[in-house]
Design a protein around this ligand. Structure first.
Ligand SMILES: *[C@@H]1O[C@H](CO)[C@@H](O)[C@H](O)[C@H]1NC(C)=O
Ligand SMILES: *[C@@H]1O[C@H](CO)[C@@H](O)[C@H](O)[C@H]1NC(C)=O
Ligand SMILES: *[C@@H]1O[C@H](CO)[C@@H](O)[C@H](O)[C@H]1NC(C)=O
Ligand SMILES: *[C@@H]1O[C@H](CO)[C@@H](O)[C@H](O)[C@H]1NC(C)=O
Ligand SMILES: *[C@@H]1O[C@H](CO)[C@@H](O)[C@H](O)[C@H]1NC(C)=O
Ligand SMILES: *[C@@H]1O[C@H](CO)[C@@H](O)[C@H](O)[C@H]1NC(C)=O
Length: 899
C-alpha cells in the first residue's frame, strides 16, 4: 500500500514539475487563412519536392566548397540558394520533422514521454496542400498519418528497415519508389492537375551511416555521394516528367550529428543543418563566378520552423494553422506584393492564435485584477488587417511589411506570455506539494520508529472535511478563471496531498520526532550529493570521504580484509575521478571496448570463484553459455557489419528470463540469504555484461565487490564494539541515524554506479548499441527498457546485498527507503527551480535529464526493493553475533571463503 502511495505521489510530483515548464502549447479550433490564389496572386510554383536527408549536418554538406556533394554543386552552379537552418529542441528526428512541416518546436516533454504519440493534433504543410505523397520510413509516417485530415488523407509509401534486402539501402528504396511512381503515365497525368502539391522524399541513410561510421569517415562520404546523386537524378526526373518549370525543390535535414556519430544535444554540429532550395520561385543570392558554397559569416540562416511558412508561400498556401514562425524575407523570387501578402497571411494566422488566448483570459472571472499582456489586445488586432490593406492600396509595401513584422513579433510575445501565465502559481503549488510530501514521509518515519504502534488518524476526520471544502472552493475558482485542466489539477494538488498527510497523523501525541535532526540529515546529504554529482562534479571525493567515515571504526584494527577493501575503494574513487573529471573518461585507457568487455566477462566468472561462491552446476553452465554467446555476438557484431546471428538473440533472451526466474526456481534449495544473494549477483552481473558496450560491467563488478567488502568490514567492526543497552531516547535517535545512513548509502551507490557505467547525462539518448545482443534494429521501447534495466541492476544488487546481509535493513526497509526518498526528493526539488525551457538547448536538456534522473532514482529504488523482497523472501539470515564476537583474526580466512 505504501509502495503504491509512494509510486503515485512521485508520478504526480514529476507530472507537476513537467507541467510547470513543458505544457503542450498547441491551440485547438483554429481555421486556415486564405490561399494566395484566393488573394488574387499567382504562386511561383505549383508543386514542391522536399528531400529530407535525416541526420546530415551543415558542416558535411558545406565542406570543401561542396566537393563532397558534386551533383548538388552542379545544380547550384545554375540556380538555387544555400543556407543554414538551425534546429532546436532535442535534435531528434521527430521534433525536426514537426518543426519543418508544422512550423513550431514540439515540446521536449512531449517528445520525451510520448515520442511516438502526438499529445495534440497539429496542422502541417501536407494537410494544407490537400495533395501530398511521401516515401518514408514508417516512423516518419506515424508522426503525420494519424492526424485528422478533413477529407484529404495523406498518401505515404513506407517501409521498415528490416524489410529491406540490404543494410543502408533506405535511400535506394526511396529513389526507386519515386522513379516507379513517376514513370507511370497515369500518375503523372493525375498529379499534373493537382495544384498545389507536395512530394516528400525521406532519406534515412545519412543518419544510419552517421551513427554507424561517424560523419568524418570514408564510408560516410561514400554514402553521401550515393545519396546526393540520387537527389539529383530524382530532380532531373521530376523536371523531365513535369516539364513546366513550376516545381520547387528543397533539401534539408531534421537534425545534424556530432563527430562521434550522436545527436540529440545542442552542439553546433547537431544544430546546424543544410538548407538548399532551388527550382521555381527561389531567389538566388549573389554568388561568385565559381559558384563556391557560401561560408559561415555570410551564409543566411533560418530557424527550422521558419521553413513551414516559407514552403507554404512558395506554393501559394497559407502557413499551417499551428505555425509559430515568421516567414524569412528575401528567399522568394516573387513580386514585392506577393511577399507582403504572404507575410500578411502569416501574421494573421499568428494573431488568430493570440486572439484565442486573449479571449480565454478576458472571459475569465478575475481578469481585471490579474496581470495581462498590455502591448496587444483585441482592438489592436482588429485594426491590423484594415491598416495593412490601406498601406497596400497606397502602394506603400515596405511600410506594410514593417508593420507585419512588428505585429508578428507582438503576437509571438503575447503567445509566449500567456502560455507561461500560470508558471509561477505552478511553481508555488509544486513546492507546497513537495513540502507536504516531506511532512507526510516524516510522519510515517516517526510512526515506524516508535515502539508502541499508534494508529493513524485516517481520512474520517474533521480536517479532511474542511480540506475537501477548500478544495472544492479552489476548483470552482479555477474553473471560473478558465484555467486549463492540467494546470488546475496541479494547482489543487497540494490540497489533496494535505488530506493525505493529515490522515497520516497519529491519533495522539508526537508529530515528528527530532525535527532538527531530520532536517539536517536530509539537507546535508542532498546538498553534498547534488553539488558533488552534478554541479562541481567531484563525486569521487564525496564517495571516498563517505566510505572512509562509514568504516572509520574498522580503520583502527587493520586486517587483510580491510586492506583489500581499501584498495577496492581507492580503485573506485580513481575510476570515478577519471570518468567525471577527464575528457573521454576511461576511454583514455588504451584498450578496445570489446577487450574490456571480454575482461569483464571473465571477471564475472572468476570473481565468484575467488570469493568461493558455490552454485548449482546449472547456474554455472547457463551463465557461462550466455556469456560465451554474448562474446560471440559482440564479435559478430563487429566483423559482420552489425548483424548478429539469431541463435545469439535466442540465447540472450532466454538468459534474461532465466536470470530472474531461476532465482525463484532455486529458492527452495537456497534458504540462506547469503547463498541466494550469490546467485542473484552472478545472474545480474551476467545480464549486465550482455547489455554493456565497454566499461560499465567491469566497473559495476568492482563497485559491488567493494560494497560487499565494505559492508562486511563495517559489520565486523560494529560487532566487536557493540555497546548494548542504551536508553530509549538515544536509541531512537541512533536508529534514525542508521536509517539515513543506509538511505544515503543506497543513493550514493546508485549515483556512483550510474556515473561509472558511463551513462551520458546531457542527452537522454539511448545508445542504440546497448540492445545490440537482444534486438537487431533500433527500437525505442526495447532499447529504452533495456537501458533502464541496465541502470537499475547495480542498485538492485546493492539493495539485495543490504537486504540479505544486514538484519537492520531487512527489518527497517521501509524506513530506509523513506529516508532515501527524502534525500532524493530534496535534490529533485532543488533542481526544480533551475529548469530552463528557453535558451541554450544543451542546458535545457541537462536540467531536464537531472530532474528526470532524480525522479527515476525513486522509481528504481522502489522497484529494486520490491524485487529484492521477492528474490530474498523466506531466507534465513545467519545470526552470527554470538559466534562472531569470538572469531578473531586467525579465522578470518575461513570467514572470507564463506562470504
Ligand atoms: C574553396 O574554398 C577554399 C577555402 O575553403 C578557397 O580557398 C577556395 O578558393 C575555394 N574555391 C575552390 C574552387 O576551391
Ligand atoms: C487538415 O485540414 C482540414 C481542412 O482544412 C482541417 O479540417 C483539419 O482540421 C486539418 N487537420 C489538422 C490536424 O489540423
Ligand atoms: C518540354 O516541353 C517543351 C514544350 O513545352 C518541349 O519543347 C521540350 O522538348 C520538352 N522537354 C522535354 C525534356 O521533354
Ligand atoms: C527570378 O525569376 C526570373 C524568371 O522567372 C529570372 O529571370 C530571374 O533571374 C530570377 N531572379 C532571381 C534573383 O533569382
Ligand atoms: C563575406 O562577404 C563579404 C562581402 O560581402 C566578403 O568581403 C567576405 O570575404 C565574405 N566572407 C566570406 C567568408 O566569404
Ligand atoms: C509610406 O507611408 C509613410 C507613412 O505611413 C509615408 O511617410 C511615406 O511617404 C509613404 N511612402 C510612399 C512611397 O507612399
Amino acid at each position: 500500500m505504501w509502495k503504491l502511495q509512494a509510486l503515485v505521489v512521485h508520478i504526480l510530483l514529476m507530472g507537476s514539475i513537467l507541467s510547470t515548464y513543458f505544457q503542450p502549447t498547441i491551440l485547438p479550433n483554429l481555421v486556415p487563412q486564405k490561399t494566395m490564389s484566393e488573394m488574387g496572386l499567382e504562386p511561383p510554383a505549383n508543386r514542391l519536392v522536399v528531400f529530407v536527408t535525416d541526420g546530415l549536418r551543415a558542416a558535411s554538406f558545406l565542406a570543401n566548397n561542396g566537393s563532397d556533394v558534386p551533383d548538388l554543386k552542379d545544380i547550384y552552379r545554375k540556380q538555387g540558394r544555400i543556407g543554414i537552418s538551425r534546429t532546436c529542441a532535442p535534435t531528434m528526428t521527430r521534433p525536426g520533422h514537426i518543426a519543418i512541416f508544422g512550423g513550431f518546436n514540439e515540446d521536449p516533454a512531449a517528445a520525451l514521454v510520448n515520442f511516438r504519440y502526438n499529445p495534440s493534433d497539429f496542422d502541417t504543410v501536407f494537410n494544407r496542400s490537400r495533395h501530398m505523397i511521401g516515401w518514408a520510413h514508417r516512423y516518419i509516417v506515424d508522426y503525420f498519418n494519424t492526424l485528422p485530415h478533413g477529407g484529404a488523407p495523406l498518401r505515404f509509401d513506407s517501409y521498415m528497415e528490416r524489410e529491406l534486402p540490404k543494410k543502408l539501402s533506405c535511400d535506394k528504396w526511396a529513389f526507386d519508389k519515386v522513379a516507379n511512381f513517376l514513370t507511370n503515365g497515369d500518375n503523372v497525368r493525375e498529379w499534373r492537375n493537382y495544384k498545389p502539391s507536395v512530394f516528400l522524399v525521406y532519406l534515412a541513410d545519412m543518419d544510419i551511416a552517421g551513427h554507424r561510421f561517424r560523419p568524418l569517415s570514408e564510408e560516410f562520404f561514400k554514402r553521401l555521394q550515393h545519396t546526393q546523386r540520387g537527389i539529383r537524378n530524382t530532380y532531373e526526373l521530376f523536371e523531365r516528367v513535369f516539364n513546366d518549370s513550376r516545381t520547387a525543390y528543397l533539401m534539408t535535414s531534421d537534425h545534424g550529428m556530432n563527430n562521434e556519430g550522436f545527436h540529440g544535444g545542442g552542439s553546433s554540429f547537431e544544430v546546424e543543418i543544410p538548407l538548399f532550395m532551388w527550382g521555381a520561385g527561389v531567389r538566388r543570392e549573389e554568388i561568385d563566378l565559381e559558384a563556391n558554397f557560401p561560408r559561415k559569416p555570410n551564409i543566411s540562416q533560418v530557424d527550422q520552423s521558419q521553413l513551414a511558412p516559407l514552403m507554404s508561400a512558395l506554393i501559394g498556401l497559407p502557413p499551417p494553422m499551428n505555425n509559430l514562425a515568421m516567414m524569412p524575407v528575401g528567399y522568394l523570387n516573387v513580386s514585392d506584393e506577393y511577399e507582403a501578402v504572404a507575410l500578411h497571411l502569416n501574421v494573421l494566422q499568428l494573431l488568430s492564435q493570440a486572439q484565442i488566448l486573449i479571449r480565454r483570459h478576458e472571459k475569465a472571472m478575475f481578469y481585471k485584477w490579474l496581470p495581462k499582456f498590455k502591448e496587444l489586445h483585441l482592438d489592436l488586432i482588429d485594426q491590423y488587417a484594415p491598416q495593412f490593406d490601406f498601406l497596400k492600396a497606397e502602394g506603400n509595401l515596405t511600410e506594410a511589411m514593417e508593420m507585419c513584422q512588428e505585429f508578428g513579433k507582438l503576437a509571438k510575445q503575447c503567445l509566449e506570455y500567456y502560455h507561461e501565465y500560470y508558471q509561477i502559481p505552478l511553481i508555488v503549488s509544486t513546492s507546497l506539494s513537495y513540502l507536504i510530501w516531506f511532512y507526510c514521509l516524516l510522519l510515517q518515519l516517526t510512526r515506524l520508529s516508535k515502539k508502541e504502534k499508534v494508529p493513524r488518524r485516517g481520512y474520517m476526520t474533521f480536517s479532511t472535511l474542511i480540506l475537501v471544502m477548500i478544495g472544492i472552493l479552489v476548483i470552482t475558482m479555477l474553473e471560473l478563471q478558465n484555467v486549463p485542466h492540467i494546470t488546475a489539477f496541479y494547482l489543487i494538488l497540494p490540497v489533496g496531498m494535505l488530506i493525505m498527510a493529515q490522515a497520516e497523523r497519529p491519533v495522539k501525541g508526537y508529530w515528528i520526532l527530532h525535527p532538527l535532526w531530520n532536517f539536517g540529515f536530509i539537507l546535508l546529504p542532498a546538498v553534498l550529493m547534488m553539488s558533488m554529482a552534478f554541479i562541481i562534479k567531484h563525486l569521487w571525493m564525496l564517495y571516498g570521504i563517505s566510505v572512509l567515515l562509514n568504516n572509520r571504526r574498522a580503520l583502527r584494527k587493520p586486517s587483510m580484509k580491510l586492506f583489500i577493501w581499501l584498495c577496492l575503494a581507492l580503485l573506485v574513487a580513481i575510476m570515478l575521478f577519471v570518468e567525471q573529471r577527464i575528457r573521454k573518461g576511461l576511454r583514455n585507457v588504451p584498450l578496445k571496448d570489446f577487450h574490456v568487455l571480454y575482461i569483464s566477462m571473465v571477471l564475472a566468472i572468476i570473481r565468484p570463484l575467488i570469493l568461493g561462491h558455490r552454485h548449482d552446476l546449472r547456474v554455472w553452465t547457463f551463465n557461462t553459455v550466455a556469456m560465451l554467446a554474448g562474446a560471440y555476438g559482440v564479435y559478430q557484431y563487429m566483423v559482420y557489419e552489425e548483424s548478429v546471428s539469431p541463435y545469439v538473440y535466442a540465447v540472450t533472451w532466454s538468459f534474461l528470463f532465466f536470470a530472474f526466474l531461476s532465482i525463484a526456481y532455486f529458492a527452495k534449495s537456497l534458504p540462506e540469504a547469503r547463498k541466494r544473494l550469490q546467485l542473484i549477483t552472478i545472474n545480474m552481473v551476467t545480464v549486465l555484461s550482455l547489455l554493456t558496450n565497454s566499461w560499465s560491467c567491469l566497473n559495476v563488478q568492482i563497485v559491488i565487490t567493494e560494497f560487499i567488502f565494505g559492508l562486511e568490514v563495517y559489520e565486523q567492526s560494529k560487532r566487536t564494539k557493540e555497546t548494548e543497552v542504551v536508553e530509549d531516547e538515544r536509541k531512537s535517535l541512533k536508529n534514525l541515524k542508521d536509517f539515513y545512513r543506509y538511505g544515503y548509502m543506497i543513493l550514493l551507490y546508485f549515483f556512483v554506479a550510474f556515473f561509472l557505467a558511463g551513462h551520458w547525462l546531457s542527452s537522454f539518448l539511448f545508445k542504440s548499441t546497448a540492445a545490440r545482443l537482444f534486438y537487431p534494429h533500433f527500437s525505442l521501447y526495447i532499447a529504452g527498457s533495456l537501458v533502464m534495466l541496465k541502470i537499475l541492476l547495480p542498485s538492485l544488487i546493492c539493495i539485495c546485498v543490504l537486504y540479505a546481509m544486514v538484519p537492520f535493513v531487512r527489518k527497517n526497509s521501509r524506513s530506509i527507503l523513506i529516508c532515501a526518498f527524502l534525500i532524493s526528493d530534496a535534490m529533485g526539488l532543488y533542481k526544480y527551480y533551475f529548469v530552463r525551457n528557453r535558451g541554450s538547448w544543451k542546458r535545457i536538456r541537462t536540467c531536464l535529464d537531472q530532474i528526470l534522473l532524480t525522479h527515476a532514482v525513486n522509481f528504481m529504488l522502489l522497484g529494486g526493493l520490491c524485487l529484492a523482497k521477492i528474490f530474498l523472501c523466506n531466507t534465513t539470515m545467519e545470526k552470527p553475533e554470538r559466534k562472531r564476537t569470538r572469531t578473531s583474526r586467525s579465522t578470518l580466512a575461513a570467514d572470507e571463503t564463506e562470504a
